[in-house]
Every structure is written in structure tokens, then in C-alpha cells.
Write a new protein. Structure first.
Length: 227
């Protein structure tokens, strides 16, 4: 019998517009201190919406009050230090989650269980940034980008980059792992075994992806937070 595919829940929020349903008072002292360090007001709002939104999602899943959630880091697979994947410091079987914010958008990913998940959302980079950064990609990814009829465009580069970022976040390494180590180009059959790595529809000015450490996973993309 074929197993039912696991479903990843995703939330996409636009921090450039008011989010009246969010309670920003749930942030803890460390989150407030970090938000206060941003020079640009838009960056402070983006960070605040992202972390309050994550707390709302996790509160709805766990039944714990959003303001009482506490977070910790898993050991990094590269060095063993405690700066790997974030996780809930809570008793019981807490779900895995991932958070990304960029270009005014927030993306939250929630696994059905403790299986690693990673998300990434980015505004389209400039053509110069795409050309410069693509040299850090897997050699076959670079070749694919260079061989396309339009050449390495910001959108084609960013699709590869968000797949890679989401995968590295799910691994818990981030960019501590060489971005050239893994192929996440346009041939899904060559992606890491037993993973689901999927592009997400987030509009013409942004790109996004999620990675989940199971094959055949599905997803639901929500535009509003759980009640």
C-alpha cells in the first residue's frame, strides 16, 4: 500500500500592508531587542510581523499561548555548535518549522511532525547580484543558467537560490555548507534523494521555495494566519 503523502502547511504574509490580526505584544525581550536594532522602519516591521506570525502559527498547532513559546537551537551538523535549526523548547512532540522573510514578504513553514522543513522567500535580485552570486552555485546549476536562451536572469537564478536556501535551512547548516555541494537546478530527478523541494507561487517580484525531508510531500499555502 502506498503511504499517504505528508502535507506541509505554509503561510505567506505581506508585511507591507497592515496585519491587524497579529498581536505584536507576544514577542519576548530578545525579539524586541533585535527588532529595535534595525535602522529602517520597514525592516523592523518585517521582522516583527515574521516572528509574531510564527508564534501565532505555533500557538494554533500546539495549544500553547503565543507569548509563552520559547525557542532554542539544535546543534549545527557542520560544527556541533548550537546554531542549527530552530526548534520549540517545549515538552512533547513539537512540530518542525521554518521562517523566512525578504522583500516585504514573510513565509512560514510547518511540518506535520518533527521532520525537518525549510522555507525561503526573496525579492528578485538585481542582474548584477545574480551574475556575481551564481558563481557560488553547483557547477551544473551554473551551466544550466548560462545555457538558457535568456542567459542567467534574476528570476532563473533566484529560483535555484531559494531552493538551495530552503534545503540548507532544513539541513540545519545554512550557508555553513558550501552552496556548490548540492544540485538543486531544474532537473528534480537530480535533487537530494527522499526530499521534496518545490517552488512556490508568490507573485512576479519575489521567488520562494520549501524543502521537506520526505518524498512525495504536498503543501497548502495560506494567505491568512490560523484563527
Amino acid at each position: 500500500m502506498t503511504a499517504t503523502p505528508a502535507e506541509v502547511q505554509l503561510w505567506l504574509l505581506d508585511a507591507r500592508i497592515p496585519q491587524p490580526e497579529l498581536d505584536l505584544d507576544v514577542l519576548d525581550a530578545a525579539e524586541r531587542e533585535r527588532a529595535g536594532r534595525f535602522f529602517r522602519a520597514a525592516d523592523r516591521v518585517l521582522y516583527t510581523v515574521a516572528h509574531a506570525g510564527l508564534r501565532a502559527v505555533l500557538s494554533a498547532r500546539t495549544g500553547l499561548p503565543a507569548a509563552e513559546l520559547r525557542f532554542e537551537r539544535e546543534p549545527c551538523p557542520c560544527c556541533g555548535e548550537l546554531h542549527g535549526r530552530p526548534r520549540l523548547a517545549a515538552p512533547g512532540d513539537a512540530p518542525a518549522f521554518s521562517l523566512s522573510h525578504g522583500g516585504g514578504l514573510v513565509l512560514i513553514g510547518l511540518a506535520p511532525d518533527a521532520t525537518p522543513v525549510g522555507v525561503d522567500v526573496e525579492a528578485l535580485p538585481s542582474a548584477a547580484t545574480a551574475r556575481e552570486t551564481m558563481t557560488s552555485l553547483h557547477p551544473d546549476e551554473q551551466a544550466e543558467l548560462a545555457a538558457s536562451l535568456a542567459g542567467p536572469t534574476p528570476a532563473s537564478f533566484a529560483r535555484v537560490w531559494t531552493r538551495k536556501e530552503s534545503y540548507l535551512k532544513a539541513l540545519g547548516t545554512g550557508l555553513g555548507r558550501d552552496p556548490a555541494s548540492d544540485y538543486l537546478g531544474d532537473d528534480p530527478s537530480r535533487h537530494p534523494d527522499a526530499w521534496t523541494i518545490t517552488d512556490l507561487p508568490v507573485g512576479p517580484a519575489h521567488v520562494a521555495a520549501f524543502a521537506f525531508a520526505r518524498p512525495r510531500a504536498t503543501f497548502t499555502l495560506h494567505g491568512t494566519l490560523p484563527a
